[in-house]
Design a binder for this molecule. Structure first.
Ligand SMILES: Cc1cc2nc3c(=O)[nH]c(=O)nc-3n(C[C@H](O)[C@H](O)[C@H](O)COP(=O)(O)OP(=O)(O)OC[C@H]3O[C@@H](n4cnc5c(N)ncnc54)[C@H](O)[C@@H]3O)c2cc1C
Length: 417
């Protein structure tokens, strides 16, 4: 990977402003986990790839996020040949406990129910991103432009022309880069998607997630918790090194107030919501606040343009699905790119196939997370009765439990081929 930074001065700080940057076959805008994964998936393709990231990646890596990676993501990372490098940075868990406020009907899922070694794996953003970046170091066909921000995309014949700026050096610099195909992996707000006229559809939940990391005296057994409260679901995910990641959904105003509490007051507020068997908490990190929403664009495809990951869809964090869907997009798109003849790369017909494959699969999971959140963030007695019934069925009917687990692990829907 060639690193082109806008920072001066260094031998690698090649500043092309305002001239043309070398043309590429695929330009990936956004080097979050989704953008980085696509670059990794295409590193042996022989295609010229540009990966463009607006945020200096040292800073980006400090983002306090952690993700559950489901089995489908494991298969994807195996397919692109990076799973062995990622695994040492992930905490596998074999048990998941699902509970509903005040109900004795706790459901336990185990890896055995799924027929795999683990139900899932929890990884922190920095560790996953750094591993993928290190894999790209040896990819001579990938050029990493960072920190450069894409400000516009214009289609000219059979090429798209991106305009990039960097405001990180003393003077504002601008550059042009042309590509056969531009991939928008630029996150939920996706300025590029907006510029290409692709409209998002969906709604905000009026809830936000307060996210924090807890250090505990010991973790045994290594278990993930999904705890449902009328105020919203709470995920408690095991991290490497006797730590847990708490993702606590609350009505927005309460979430803001809780996130602003000092460590002591925050822990006092949190403790009643945790599993009583969880080990003693020894420290708590800073708190981060994430508003929740459901969103999907009508079409993943524009002129020489395609959106993937959060730029195409967002869902409630319940069940930890968002990034897993994004990685599945990468899998499907990479397969499509690899089987498309070079002269047709970026042409609509090849991209439409990708859209057809991914749109409905993502819609299904988005709908499921929406249903879970509405069903459980609720005190209305008919809904309470329905969900208690559901929990009872999950506890008693093993094939149903296995079906739900396989759906959540991403194994029920056909894998990209
Ligand atoms: C509280 C919370 C918990 C979650 N937990 C889970 C979980 O357990 N499991 C799971 O699967 N998902 C989870 N998710 C969802 C997950 O965080 C997202 O789906 C995932 O991070 C999306 O990755 P991405 O690469 O598409 O977007 P991002 O991570 O947003 O990356 C987009 C990148 O594009 C860059 N960029 C933006 N604009 C430009 C531009 N103009 N030019 C250049 N670069 C640009 C940004 O700087 C950024 O680096 C959770 C979400 C939340 C809010």
């Amino acid at each position: 990977m060639v690193m082109i930074s806008a920072f001066a001065p260094s031998e690698q700080s090649l500043v092309y402003s305002p001239q043309e940057l070398p043309a590429v076959d695929v330009a990936i805008v956004g080097a979050g986990i989704v953008g980085l994964s696509l670059a990794c998936a295409l590193r042996h393709s022989g295609l010229a790839i540009a990966l463009i990231e607006a945020t200096p990646y040292a800073r980006e890596n400090t983002k306090g996020q952690a993700y559950v990676l489901h089995q489908v993501s494991r298969y994807f990372f195996e397919w692109i040949g990076v799973w062995d490098k990622l695994l040492p940075h992930l905490q596998p868990f074999e048990l998941t406990q699902l509970s509903d406020e005040g109900s004795p009907l706790t459901v336990h899922f185990s890896a055995e129910d799924l027929g795999t070694a683990a139900i899932g794996y929890v990884g922190e953003h920095a560790a996953i991103a750094e591993t993928l970046q290190s894999v790209l170091q040896s990819a001579s066909n990938v050029t990493f432009y960072c920190p450069w921000r894409v400000v516009s995309n214009e289609v000219k014949g059979d090429r798209a022309q991106l305009t990039l700026i960097s405001a990180h050096s003393a003077e504002l610099q601008a550059a042009h880069l042309t590509a056969r195909l531009v991939v928008g992996a630029d996150g939920g707000k996706s300025p590029l998607r907006q510029q290409m006229g692709i409209e998002p559809k969906g709604w905000k939940y009026g809830q936000s997630c307060v996210v924090a990391t807890l250090n505990v005296a010991h973790t045994q057994p290594v278990m993930a918790y999904e705890r449902f409260w009328p105020t919203g679901p709470m995920g408690v995910l095991p991290l490497l090194g006797n730590r847990y990641r708490v993702v606590w959904t609350l009505p927005h105003e309460r979430a803001e107030a809780v996130a602003a509490l000092d460590d002591r007051a925050f822990l006092a507020e949190l403790q009643p919501y945790l599993d009583p068997l969880m080990a003693e908490i020894t420290a708590v990190s800073d708190r981060f606040l994430f508003p929740t929403q459901l969103m999907q664009v009508n079409s993943y495809v524009g002129d020489r343009f395609v959106v993937i990951g959060d730029a195409a869809h967002r869902c409630h964090p319940v069940g930890g699905q968002g990034l897993n869907l994004g990685l599945r997009d990468v899998w499907a798109l990479a397969q499509q790119i690899l089987k498309t003849p070079l002269e047709q790369l970026g042409a609509r017909p090849s991209l439409v196939q990708f859209h057809r494959q991914r749109w409905w699969q993502n819609a299904l999971t988005l709908g499921f997370t929406d249903m879970l959140n509405r069903l459980f963030s609720n005190k209305w007695w008919p809904l309470v009765a329905v969900r208690r019934c559901g929990l009872w069925l999950l506890r008693t009917v093993l094939p149903l439990k296995r079906l739900v687990l396989r759906f959540m692990a991403g194994l029920l829907l056909p894998l990209p081929r």
